[in-house]
Ligand binder design. Sequence first.
Ligand SMILES: [Zn+2]
Length: 60
Amino acid sequence: MRVKKNFTPYTTGQKRCKKCDVYYSIPDSYCPCCGYQLRTKARNKTTTLHDEIRRKKEID
Ligand SMILES: [Zn+2]
């Protein structure tokens, strides 16, 4: 199944709950359903250096 490359839920500012597999367009960083931390696309202008460092630590 083909999906348009230019569109992902992340580009619309939505956040995804991995547990519920649902996208939210809310200002909160946590899922209102289960409380799991929502994931957003990292590479944008709102990403700070601090976030980049923290992200690398998570990978390690
Ligand atoms: Zn959830």
